[in-house]
Design a protein around this ligand. Sequence first.
Ligand SMILES: [Zn+2]
Length: 143
Amino acid sequence: MAEAPAAEKTQRPIVPFLKIPTDPSKKPYLAGSRCKQCGAIYLGNRMACSRCFSAEPMDEVPLSDTGELHVFSIVHQSAPGVPTPYIAAIVDLPEGISVRCNIAGVEPDPKNLKFGMPVKMVTEKIRTDREGNDVVAFSFRPV
Ligand SMILES: [Zn+2]
């Protein structure tokens, strides 16, 4: 009896709205939904538009990978196993969307952070799941 081929290892985004193209020349991006009726854009999938109440299926649109730091907080205590301190933040994208995320690439010190500073999305492998796939998370870092 022939053995089943080993399953292809893939990259698994940690949230469904983080899209990782299989083509390595294309960059990961956050996906939004655009209302066909009024053009409002939301992060991730939406069943209905909260602006015009349309329940028509929305178009998936790629969101910008750059934005501005809207607000941040340096977290010193978290769940067991989560390394602290880290920077929890909300980043505003040019599409008018706010994204909850962590800020990476700088020491978690208020002197390194400014409200409104430009940031860019990055992705990194944070762990390997039980099937051996890379689990990929996104964060933003100052540009
Ligand atoms: Zn709408």
